[in-house]
Unconditional design. Sequence first.
Length: 142
Amino acid sequence: MNLKKAFPYIVLILLAILVLAIKRCNPPGNNTNRKKKEIVDDNSYSGRGLNRNPSHVNYSKHARCRMGCRHIDETEVMEILHDGKVNYKKSELDAADCRKRYAVEGYSHDKQHLRIIFAPCDNEVTVVTCIDLDNDYACDCD
């Protein structure tokens, strides 16, 4: 095969290798690009979707009770908020902005498989409840 005829194929192969290398360096779970899109130039939340870097996190009385029963601390809640994946089947996104509920799931540093329900409003997020998906704890929360 002539080098002139092979040149386009070599370029295509090199581009394919480059694309694969870039994908490996930026895995799907990496939220860096999403976080940049959610942050406006003045570092205020743009209002679209779940704010993964809120200025304040509130905890409902129910969430505090469930956290106590299920041995979940605030650092684990923040891990799930930052790194968890939204379960759209368990989320309530058809409501008005401050009534939306995001069911976010993931594993904490304690290896607990958690689902945490977040209610974003403006630049804050409220933790509605916390669920351990692998263990059923006895809880006396209202």
